[in-house]
Design a protein. Structure first.
Ligand code: GLP
Length: 255
């Protein structure tokens, strides 16, 4: 099962930064799966503050809107540049975003080939939507799905409207790594903060495993770490066990 760690946002960012820096120490050209959204900012801010040399790190963004004008400040390419590449000192030519190359019709296959050619994603950072989506894999997405163009739910468009002048400006289509793509990553690091995520986290962690709760795909993965604050953990039935397991984690065992 996933390892669930309950801690506040700042501590979660620091712990995630520890995990990433340990990986990069072992493998300087590690491949990171990069999520956007407000949640992973805690991780990127903690990492930036450490000032580590990450110039050889390679990155694959999880998802991107389809239909925004090039260079739009809320395109995930722009967000990843602003919030990840620049503060962390990554090499922009080593960071891909789905749909950034060639025609959109073949962009999904192209992205999958690039991930395979890079040797796969070593560590995939994930947030979760209030409707349980990971990446932009909305409820009903196949657990075997690979990178492809999808249609956003109205709920997701409304959730993301805060980044735009109005909900009408939020694109209807997106291109996202599939749940199958995400499941191929070697280690999944899922973060969630706040009461609004409590239901999605309970569904993801405690099931049932169903395409109706895309986050529940993490239960099919052998190495998952879930970092949640008290509010996001508040609907977990087995919360006492997660705390107990964390408190009794063998000292030799890494995350
Ligand atoms: C978007 C992204 C997801 C992200 C979700 C939650 O829909 N495509 O990858 O997990 O938002 O965002 P936030 O972390 O801002 O709550």
């Amino acid at each position: 099962m996933a390892e669930i760690v309950i801690l506040d946002r700042t501590a979660a960012g620091e712990l995630a930064a520890d995990v990433i820096l340990a990986l990069v120490a072992r493998k300087p050209d590690a491949v990171l799966g990069l999520a956007t959204g407000s949640t992973p900012l805690a991780v990127y801010q903690a990492l930036a503050a450490r000032g580590a040399d990450l110039t050889d790190v390679r990155g694959f963004a999880l998802d991107e809107y389809v239909g925004l004008p090039p260079g739009h400040p809320e395109s995930y390419r722009a967000v990843i540049t602003r919030e990840v590449i620049e503060p962390l000192g990554l090499n922009p030519s080593l960071v891909r975003v789905p749909g950034d190359r060639g025609p959109i019709e073949t962009a999904g296959d192209d992205y999958e080939r690039s991930i395979v050619a890079a040797g796969g994603v070593d560590l995939q950072i994930l947030g979760i939507g209030t409707d349980g989506h990971i990446g932009f894999n909305e409820p009903g997405s196949s657990f075997e799905s690979l990178t492809r163009v999808k249609t956003l739910t109205q709920q997701t468009r409304e959730d993301n409207a805060r980044f735009f002048a109005s909900v009408d400006e939020v694109p209807v289509n997106c291109i996202t790594q599939g749940l199958g793509t995400i499941r191929r990553a070697k280690h999944l690091l899922l973060l969630a903060f706040g009461e609004a995520k409590a239901e999605a986290i309970a569904a993801a962690v405690e099931g049932p495993v169903t395409a109706s709760a895309p986050g529940s795909a993490i239960q099919l993965h052998p190495h998952v770490t879930v970092l949640v604050d008290e509010a996001a953990a508040s609907r977990l039935s087995n919360i006492d066990y997660y705390r107990y397991a964390w408190a009794n984690k063998p000292a030799w065992e890494s995350l």
